[in-house]
Ligand binder design. Sequence first.
Ligand code: GTP
Ligand code: MG
Length: 225
Amino acid sequence: MILGQKVSLILPTMNEADGLNYLRDKISSSVDEVLIIDGDSHDRTREIAESFGWKVIVEKRRGYGRAYKTGFEQAQGDIIATADADGTYPVENLESLIQELLSSNLDFISCSRFPLLDSQSMDRLNQFGNRVITAAASVLWLHSFSDILSGMWVFKRSVLKEFFLESDNWNFSEEIKLQAYQSLKDKFKEIPIPYRSRLGETKLMPWRVGLENILYMLGMRLAIK
Ligand SMILES: Nc1nc2c(ncn2[C@@H]2O[C@H](COP(=O)(O)OP(=O)(O)OP(=O)(O)O)[C@@H](O)[C@H]2O)c(=O)[nH]1
Ligand SMILES: [Mg+2]
């Protein structure tokens, strides 16, 4: 609990045993529930999460967005926080991010990885892709975004009713931020965070996903999606 608000942390997983082990001690004691949305991992992800007392929900339907939508249906917190389960995002900063959310009367914080504090933490291709896709979002929405594909968000659960989240796949990350910006305006804010190198294997094919991200965004802007 932080300032009387119950906090849920949602971590989607696909074979992220190393990441979960690493994150365990970093998660603040003010997080009331940790929800693991597992896409049928075949390593020790589920076993490890259960041994930490975290709630494991198996979501066999594939996709990053699908995992989050299932997590949002199950989360009990007044405040929802998200992060990859690969150790990249600073879950140790959650308490201060939530305090900022509440004290600044925000509804949705998207944690920006840029400018990267450690240039080694993301490979060159991903840095380039993130910049191009974020620039495209900024032009299309006439708003200067700094990281449209960040996977760490902190928001009031009550705002979910304002969103219509359609994507089941990687487009989900931009979709939720763009909808948050559109519906919440100045109650949406990007806040810089440090980003670390990934533990374990990536689940993403960068060229294909990058192209899909841009097409999805165009579709959203033209209201085809
Ligand atoms: N439940 C579930 N989780 C998924 C799925 N795909 C990816 N994930 C998890 O979603 C998170 C984001 O995936 P990543 O592979 O880290 O993608 P990324 O952050 O864009 O790329 P990296 O640079 O490799 O970190 C990780 O915790 C994955 O384990 C899926 O289909 N189902
Ligand atoms: Mg990741």
